[in-house]
Design a protein around this ligand. Structure first.
Ligand SMILES: Nc1ncnc2c1ncn2[C@@H]1O[C@H](COP(=O)(O)OP(=O)(O)OP(=O)(O)O)[C@@H](O)[C@H]1O
Length: 381
Protein backbone atom coordinates (compact mmCIF):
# COMPACT_ATOMS: atom_id res chain seq x y z
CA UNK A 1 0.00 0.00 0.00
CA UNK A 2 3.00 2.33 0.10
CA UNK A 3 5.36 3.85 -2.45
CA UNK A 4 8.25 2.85 -0.19
CA UNK A 5 10.20 -0.33 -1.00
CA UNK A 6 8.89 -3.17 1.14
CA UNK A 7 11.09 -3.82 4.17
CA UNK A 8 8.92 -6.20 6.18
CA UNK A 9 6.73 -8.81 4.53
CA UNK A 10 4.47 -11.07 6.59
CA UNK A 11 2.65 -13.74 4.62
CA UNK A 12 -0.22 -15.90 5.87
CA UNK A 13 1.05 -16.11 9.44
CA UNK A 14 -0.76 -18.59 11.67
CA UNK A 15 -0.19 -19.25 15.38
CA UNK A 16 -2.24 -21.34 17.81
CA UNK A 17 -1.97 -21.97 21.53
CA UNK A 18 -3.54 -25.44 22.03
CA UNK A 19 -6.96 -25.14 20.42
CA UNK A 20 -6.92 -21.34 20.41
CA UNK A 21 -6.01 -19.52 17.19
CA UNK A 22 -4.12 -16.40 18.27
CA UNK A 23 -3.19 -15.42 14.68
CA UNK A 24 -5.32 -16.39 11.71
CA UNK A 25 -3.74 -15.96 8.30
CA UNK A 26 -2.16 -12.54 8.85
CA UNK A 27 -0.47 -10.95 5.82
CA UNK A 28 0.97 -7.46 5.66
CA UNK A 29 3.73 -5.38 4.11
CA UNK A 30 5.52 -2.39 5.60
CA UNK A 31 7.66 -0.03 3.55
CA UNK A 32 11.17 1.02 4.57
CA UNK A 33 11.10 3.72 7.25
CA UNK A 34 7.32 3.49 7.75
CA UNK A 35 5.71 3.55 11.19
CA UNK A 36 3.01 0.87 11.48
CA UNK A 37 0.81 0.78 14.57
CA UNK A 38 -1.08 -2.46 15.24
CA UNK A 39 -4.26 -1.62 17.12
CA UNK A 40 -6.70 -4.04 18.70
CA UNK A 41 -8.43 -4.96 21.93
CA UNK A 42 -6.98 -7.27 24.55
CA UNK A 43 -6.54 -10.77 23.18
CA UNK A 44 -6.69 -9.75 19.50
CA UNK A 45 -3.19 -11.13 18.83
CA UNK A 46 -1.02 -7.99 18.85
CA UNK A 47 1.61 -9.33 21.24
CA UNK A 48 1.70 -12.71 19.53
CA UNK A 49 2.33 -11.06 16.16
CA UNK A 50 5.07 -8.85 17.59
CA UNK A 51 6.72 -11.81 19.32
CA UNK A 52 6.65 -13.77 16.04
CA UNK A 53 8.40 -10.84 14.33
CA UNK A 54 10.99 -10.70 17.12
CA UNK A 55 11.60 -14.45 16.96
CA UNK A 56 10.51 -15.05 20.57
CA UNK A 57 7.48 -16.99 19.33
CA UNK A 58 7.55 -19.53 16.53
CA UNK A 59 4.56 -19.38 14.18
CA UNK A 60 2.81 -22.59 13.05
CA UNK A 61 2.65 -21.47 9.45
CA UNK A 62 3.38 -18.63 7.06
CA UNK A 63 6.53 -16.59 6.55
CA UNK A 64 8.26 -13.41 7.70
CA UNK A 65 10.86 -11.60 5.58
CA UNK A 66 12.87 -8.56 6.58
CA UNK A 67 14.89 -6.66 3.99
CA UNK A 68 15.09 -9.71 1.74
CA UNK A 69 16.15 -12.07 4.56
CA UNK A 70 13.80 -14.90 5.49
CA UNK A 71 13.32 -14.82 9.27
CA UNK A 72 10.70 -17.54 9.45
CA UNK A 73 9.40 -20.03 6.92
CA UNK A 74 8.97 -23.80 7.18
CA UNK A 75 11.97 -25.13 9.09
CA UNK A 76 13.78 -21.79 9.00
CA UNK A 77 13.48 -19.84 12.21
CA UNK A 78 16.21 -17.29 12.94
CA UNK A 79 16.72 -16.64 16.67
CA UNK A 80 16.04 -13.07 17.88
CA UNK A 81 19.73 -12.11 18.05
CA UNK A 82 20.24 -12.96 14.38
CA UNK A 83 17.39 -10.70 13.24
CA UNK A 84 18.19 -7.12 12.29
CA UNK A 85 15.79 -5.69 14.87
CA UNK A 86 15.43 -4.35 18.41
CA UNK A 87 12.45 -4.36 20.74
CA UNK A 88 11.20 -1.98 23.43
CA UNK A 89 9.02 -3.66 26.06
CA UNK A 90 6.17 -2.43 28.23
CA UNK A 91 8.15 -3.11 31.43
CA UNK A 92 11.47 -1.68 30.08
CA UNK A 93 13.38 -4.97 30.52
CA UNK A 94 16.68 -3.32 31.47
CA UNK A 95 19.53 -5.26 33.12
CA UNK A 96 19.21 -4.31 36.82
CA UNK A 97 22.93 -4.75 37.54
CA UNK A 98 24.05 -2.45 34.72
CA UNK A 99 24.16 1.34 34.54
CA UNK A 100 22.26 3.25 31.85
CA UNK A 101 25.49 3.45 29.82
CA UNK A 102 26.15 -0.28 30.13
CA UNK A 103 22.56 -1.17 29.24
CA UNK A 104 22.73 0.87 26.05
CA UNK A 105 26.25 -0.37 25.25
CA UNK A 106 25.12 -3.99 25.65
CA UNK A 107 23.20 -3.68 22.38
CA UNK A 108 26.51 -3.07 20.58
CA UNK A 109 28.27 -6.16 21.92
CA UNK A 110 27.96 -8.02 18.62
CA UNK A 111 29.12 -5.13 16.47
CA UNK A 112 32.87 -5.37 16.43
CA UNK A 113 33.28 -1.67 17.07
CA UNK A 114 36.36 0.06 18.45
CA UNK A 115 35.81 0.77 22.13
CA UNK A 116 36.06 4.53 21.56
CA UNK A 117 33.51 4.40 18.73
CA UNK A 118 31.09 2.33 20.83
CA UNK A 119 31.45 4.75 23.76
CA UNK A 120 30.86 7.70 21.46
CA UNK A 121 27.66 6.15 20.04
CA UNK A 122 26.29 5.28 23.49
CA UNK A 123 26.98 8.78 24.80
CA UNK A 124 25.36 10.34 21.72
CA UNK A 125 22.21 8.24 22.14
CA UNK A 126 21.94 8.98 25.87
CA UNK A 127 22.21 12.65 25.02
CA UNK A 128 19.47 12.37 22.42
CA UNK A 129 17.09 10.88 25.00
CA UNK A 130 18.10 13.54 27.55
CA UNK A 131 19.88 11.23 29.99
CA UNK A 132 23.52 12.38 29.89
CA UNK A 133 23.33 13.43 33.54
CA UNK A 134 21.92 10.00 34.52
CA UNK A 135 24.35 7.88 32.51
CA UNK A 136 25.95 6.22 35.55
CA UNK A 137 22.74 5.37 37.35
CA UNK A 138 21.28 1.89 37.71
CA UNK A 139 17.67 1.19 36.65
CA UNK A 140 16.37 1.28 40.25
CA UNK A 141 17.76 4.81 40.55
CA UNK A 142 15.78 5.99 37.52
CA UNK A 143 12.08 6.89 37.12
CA UNK A 144 9.84 4.80 34.85
CA UNK A 145 10.06 7.40 32.10
CA UNK A 146 13.85 7.52 32.38
CA UNK A 147 14.09 3.74 32.27
CA UNK A 148 11.98 3.68 29.13
CA UNK A 149 14.30 6.32 27.60
CA UNK A 150 17.27 4.04 28.32
CA UNK A 151 15.38 1.21 26.61
CA UNK A 152 14.71 3.49 23.63
CA UNK A 153 18.39 4.44 23.40
CA UNK A 154 19.35 0.76 23.63
CA UNK A 155 16.99 -0.09 20.78
CA UNK A 156 18.30 2.70 18.55
CA UNK A 157 22.05 2.47 19.22
CA UNK A 158 22.78 -0.49 16.93
CA UNK A 159 20.76 1.12 14.11
CA UNK A 160 18.57 -1.94 13.39
CA UNK A 161 16.39 -2.09 10.28
CA UNK A 162 13.27 -2.88 12.33
CA UNK A 163 12.15 -1.48 15.68
CA UNK A 164 9.41 -3.24 17.63
CA UNK A 165 7.46 -1.52 20.41
CA UNK A 166 5.21 -3.47 22.81
CA UNK A 167 2.90 -0.91 24.44
CA UNK A 168 5.91 1.10 25.68
CA UNK A 169 3.88 3.94 27.22
CA UNK A 170 1.28 1.98 29.14
CA UNK A 171 3.12 2.01 32.49
CA UNK A 172 3.64 5.79 32.48
CA UNK A 173 1.28 8.54 33.57
CA UNK A 174 -0.48 10.81 31.13
CA UNK A 175 1.86 13.78 31.05
CA UNK A 176 5.00 11.68 30.67
CA UNK A 177 3.28 9.43 28.15
CA UNK A 178 2.65 12.36 25.84
CA UNK A 179 6.26 13.58 26.05
CA UNK A 180 7.76 10.15 25.46
CA UNK A 181 5.34 9.56 22.59
CA UNK A 182 6.73 12.61 20.81
CA UNK A 183 10.30 11.41 21.46
CA UNK A 184 9.53 7.97 20.06
CA UNK A 185 7.90 9.54 17.00
CA UNK A 186 10.81 11.86 16.25
CA UNK A 187 13.77 9.66 17.21
CA UNK A 188 12.55 6.59 15.33
CA UNK A 189 11.74 8.59 12.22
CA UNK A 190 15.17 10.23 12.43
CA UNK A 191 16.77 6.77 12.55
CA UNK A 192 15.23 5.65 9.24
CA UNK A 193 14.21 2.30 10.77
CA UNK A 194 10.92 0.60 9.96
CA UNK A 195 8.69 0.49 13.03
CA UNK A 196 5.97 -1.88 14.24
CA UNK A 197 4.30 -0.56 17.39
CA UNK A 198 1.42 -2.21 19.22
CA UNK A 199 -1.19 -0.57 21.41
CA UNK A 200 -4.86 -0.86 22.37
CA UNK A 201 -5.11 2.93 22.69
CA UNK A 202 -6.64 4.42 19.55
CA UNK A 203 -5.61 8.02 20.32
CA UNK A 204 -1.97 6.89 20.68
CA UNK A 205 -2.24 4.89 17.46
CA UNK A 206 -3.59 7.80 15.43
CA UNK A 207 -1.02 10.21 16.86
CA UNK A 208 1.97 8.00 16.00
CA UNK A 209 1.17 6.06 12.87
CA UNK A 210 1.94 6.40 9.19
CA UNK A 211 -0.19 3.27 8.83
CA UNK A 212 -2.59 1.49 11.16
CA UNK A 213 -3.41 -2.22 11.15
CA UNK A 214 -6.50 -3.22 13.11
CA UNK A 215 -6.58 -6.72 14.60
CA UNK A 216 -9.79 -8.48 15.56
CA UNK A 217 -9.66 -12.00 17.02
CA UNK A 218 -6.31 -12.81 15.40
CA UNK A 219 -7.20 -11.40 11.98
CA UNK A 220 -5.95 -8.22 10.35
CA UNK A 221 -9.29 -6.67 9.44
CA UNK A 222 -8.03 -3.35 8.04
CA UNK A 223 -4.64 -1.87 7.15
CA UNK A 224 -4.37 1.68 5.87
CA UNK A 225 -3.47 5.30 6.53
CA UNK A 226 -4.99 6.72 9.73
CA UNK A 227 -7.22 8.92 7.56
CA UNK A 228 -8.53 5.84 5.68
CA UNK A 229 -9.35 4.04 8.89
CA UNK A 230 -11.07 7.10 10.31
CA UNK A 231 -13.04 8.03 7.19
CA UNK A 232 -13.56 4.59 5.67
CA UNK A 233 -13.73 1.97 8.45
CA UNK A 234 -14.08 -1.50 6.90
CA UNK A 235 -16.52 -2.80 9.51
CA UNK A 236 -18.58 -1.73 12.52
CA UNK A 237 -15.86 -3.26 14.72
CA UNK A 238 -13.18 -0.99 13.24
CA UNK A 239 -15.45 2.05 13.50
CA UNK A 240 -16.29 1.31 17.14
CA UNK A 241 -12.72 0.64 18.10
CA UNK A 242 -11.51 3.93 16.61
CA UNK A 243 -14.03 6.19 18.34
CA UNK A 244 -17.73 6.89 17.89
CA UNK A 245 -20.10 9.52 19.25
CA UNK A 246 -22.91 6.97 19.01
CA UNK A 247 -25.07 4.73 16.84
CA UNK A 248 -28.50 5.18 15.27
CA UNK A 249 -30.71 2.48 13.80
CA UNK A 250 -33.18 2.90 10.98
CA UNK A 251 -34.21 1.95 7.46
CA UNK A 252 -32.84 3.09 4.15
CA UNK A 253 -35.22 5.64 2.70
CA UNK A 254 -33.28 6.62 -0.41
CA UNK A 255 -30.26 4.77 -1.75
CA UNK A 256 -28.70 8.07 -2.84
CA UNK A 257 -25.91 9.00 -5.21
CA UNK A 258 -22.15 8.71 -4.72
CA UNK A 259 -22.19 6.22 -1.88
CA UNK A 260 -24.66 8.26 0.18
CA UNK A 261 -27.99 7.12 1.60
CA UNK A 262 -30.77 8.76 3.54
CA UNK A 263 -31.67 6.69 6.58
CA UNK A 264 -34.98 7.16 8.37
CA UNK A 265 -34.11 6.91 12.09
CA UNK A 266 -36.36 7.42 15.11
CA UNK A 267 -34.73 10.82 15.48
CA UNK A 268 -35.40 11.80 11.85
CA UNK A 269 -33.72 11.41 8.48
CA UNK A 270 -29.91 11.25 8.50
CA UNK A 271 -27.71 11.29 5.40
CA UNK A 272 -24.77 8.93 5.75
CA UNK A 273 -22.01 7.22 3.75
CA UNK A 274 -22.73 3.67 2.64
CA UNK A 275 -19.64 1.53 1.97
CA UNK A 276 -21.86 -1.25 0.58
CA UNK A 277 -24.93 -0.01 -1.31
CA UNK A 278 -27.98 -1.04 0.75
CA UNK A 279 -31.41 -1.41 -0.85
CA UNK A 280 -34.44 0.72 -0.06
CA UNK A 281 -36.09 -0.41 3.18
CA UNK A 282 -33.02 -2.32 4.45
CA UNK A 283 -32.49 -2.26 8.22
CA UNK A 284 -29.22 -0.46 8.90
CA UNK A 285 -27.11 0.98 11.67
CA UNK A 286 -25.50 4.40 11.30
CA UNK A 287 -22.19 4.75 13.18
CA UNK A 288 -21.36 8.38 13.91
CA UNK A 289 -17.87 9.87 14.47
CA UNK A 290 -17.69 12.64 17.08
CA UNK A 291 -16.22 14.99 14.46
CA UNK A 292 -19.31 14.51 12.25
CA UNK A 293 -21.77 16.07 14.72
CA UNK A 294 -22.35 19.83 15.00
CA UNK A 295 -24.73 21.65 17.25
CA UNK A 296 -26.88 23.90 15.12
CA UNK A 297 -26.72 27.44 16.43
CA UNK A 298 -29.47 29.98 16.98
CA UNK A 299 -32.34 31.33 14.97
CA UNK A 300 -31.97 29.71 11.59
CA UNK A 301 -31.76 25.94 12.00
CA UNK A 302 -30.91 23.80 8.99
CA UNK A 303 -33.98 21.96 7.62
CA UNK A 304 -32.30 18.55 8.02
CA UNK A 305 -31.27 19.12 11.65
CA UNK A 306 -32.27 16.50 14.23
CA UNK A 307 -33.59 17.45 17.65
CA UNK A 308 -32.21 16.27 20.98
CA UNK A 309 -31.86 17.11 24.66
CA UNK A 310 -28.60 17.88 26.46
CA UNK A 311 -28.13 15.24 29.16
CA UNK A 312 -24.67 16.25 30.29
CA UNK A 313 -22.03 18.84 29.54
CA UNK A 314 -18.32 18.81 30.38
CA UNK A 315 -15.91 21.73 30.17
CA UNK A 316 -12.81 20.81 28.14
CA UNK A 317 -10.84 24.05 28.11
CA UNK A 318 -11.14 24.61 24.37
CA UNK A 319 -14.93 24.29 24.66
CA UNK A 320 -17.59 21.89 25.89
CA UNK A 321 -18.44 18.25 25.24
CA UNK A 322 -22.12 17.39 25.44
CA UNK A 323 -24.02 14.16 25.79
CA UNK A 324 -27.20 14.53 23.75
CA UNK A 325 -30.21 12.22 23.81
CA UNK A 326 -32.16 12.08 20.57
CA UNK A 327 -35.84 11.34 20.05
CA UNK A 328 -36.06 7.52 20.18
CA UNK A 329 -33.46 7.27 22.95
CA UNK A 330 -30.14 7.07 21.07
CA UNK A 331 -27.35 8.95 22.83
CA UNK A 332 -24.43 10.80 21.29
CA UNK A 333 -21.34 11.63 23.36
CA UNK A 334 -18.55 14.15 22.74
CA UNK A 335 -20.78 16.60 20.88
CA UNK A 336 -18.38 19.54 20.93
CA UNK A 337 -19.00 23.30 20.78
CA UNK A 338 -17.02 26.35 21.84
CA UNK A 339 -19.95 27.60 23.92
CA UNK A 340 -21.68 25.21 26.29
CA UNK A 341 -25.41 24.48 26.33
CA UNK A 342 -27.08 23.86 29.70
CA UNK A 343 -28.29 20.43 30.77
CA UNK A 344 -31.93 19.88 29.86
CA UNK A 345 -31.89 22.31 26.92
CA UNK A 346 -33.22 21.33 23.52
CA UNK A 347 -30.66 21.44 20.73
CA UNK A 348 -30.57 20.69 17.02
CA UNK A 349 -27.82 18.57 15.53
CA UNK A 350 -26.41 18.28 12.04
CA UNK A 351 -24.54 15.25 10.75
CA UNK A 352 -21.71 15.35 8.23
CA UNK A 353 -22.29 12.32 5.96
CA UNK A 354 -18.48 11.92 5.63
CA UNK A 355 -18.29 10.82 9.28
CA UNK A 356 -21.51 8.74 9.40
CA UNK A 357 -21.22 5.14 8.17
CA UNK A 358 -24.10 2.85 7.27
CA UNK A 359 -23.75 -0.90 7.85
CA UNK A 360 -26.38 -3.63 7.61
CA UNK A 361 -27.99 -4.18 11.00
CA UNK A 362 -26.65 -7.34 12.65
CA UNK A 363 -26.04 -8.70 16.10
CA UNK A 364 -22.78 -7.49 17.68
CA UNK A 365 -19.87 -9.96 17.40
CA UNK A 366 -17.89 -11.43 20.28
CA UNK A 367 -15.07 -8.98 19.55
CA UNK A 368 -17.44 -6.00 19.70
CA UNK A 369 -18.21 -6.98 23.26
CA UNK A 370 -14.61 -6.22 24.16
CA UNK A 371 -14.87 -2.60 23.06
CA UNK A 372 -15.63 -0.69 26.25
CA UNK A 373 -18.99 1.06 26.23
CA UNK A 374 -18.45 4.79 25.75
CA UNK A 375 -14.71 4.25 25.32
CA UNK A 376 -13.49 7.83 25.24
CA UNK A 377 -13.85 8.60 21.55
CA UNK A 378 -10.80 10.22 20.07
CA UNK A 379 -10.35 13.88 19.46
CA UNK A 380 -11.01 15.19 16.00
CA UNK A 381 -8.15 14.14 13.73
N1 LIG B 1 1.68 -18.45 25.74
C1 LIG B 1 0.36 -18.54 25.55
N2 LIG B 1 -0.33 -19.66 25.88
C2 LIG B 1 -1.64 -19.76 25.67
N3 LIG B 1 -2.41 -18.79 25.12
C3 LIG B 1 -1.81 -17.64 24.77
C4 LIG B 1 -0.39 -17.45 24.98
N4 LIG B 1 -0.07 -16.21 24.52
C5 LIG B 1 -1.22 -15.66 24.08
N5 LIG B 1 -2.26 -16.51 24.22
C6 LIG B 1 -3.66 -16.25 23.80
O1 LIG B 1 -3.66 -15.79 22.47
C7 LIG B 1 -4.58 -14.72 22.29
C8 LIG B 1 -3.86 -13.50 21.77
O2 LIG B 1 -3.02 -12.99 22.79
P1 LIG B 1 -2.11 -11.72 22.61
O3 LIG B 1 -1.32 -11.56 23.88
O4 LIG B 1 -1.37 -11.82 21.35
O5 LIG B 1 -3.18 -10.56 22.49
P2 LIG B 1 -2.99 -8.99 22.64
O6 LIG B 1 -3.80 -8.39 21.56
O7 LIG B 1 -1.55 -8.65 22.68
O8 LIG B 1 -3.65 -8.71 24.04
P3 LIG B 1 -3.13 -7.76 25.23
O9 LIG B 1 -3.36 -6.36 24.75
O10 LIG B 1 -4.04 -8.13 26.36
O11 LIG B 1 -1.70 -8.08 25.48
C9 LIG B 1 -5.24 -14.51 23.64
O12 LIG B 1 -6.48 -15.18 23.63
C10 LIG B 1 -4.28 -15.15 24.62
O13 LIG B 1 -4.97 -15.64 25.74
Amino acid sequence: MTMHPVQLRVDRLVKSFSAHRALEDVSLEVGTGRFLVLLGPSGSGKTTLLRCLAGIERPDGGSIRLGGVTLTEGHTHLPPERRDLAMVFQDYALWPHMTATANVGYALRRRRLERAEADRRVAALLERVGLTARADRYPHQLSGGEQQRVALARALVAEPGLLLFDEPLSNLDADLRERLRVEIATLTRGSGATVVYITHDQAEAFALADEIGVLESGRLVQHGAPEDIYHRPASPFVARFTGLAGELTGRVEEPGEGGRVVVRTDAGPVTASAPTAPVRGAAVRVLVRPAAVTLDGGADPAPDAVEGTVVDTAYRGRGYDHVVELVGGARLVEVFTRHGRPRGSTVRLRFDPEGCFTFPEQAPTEADAQVPVNAAPMEVV
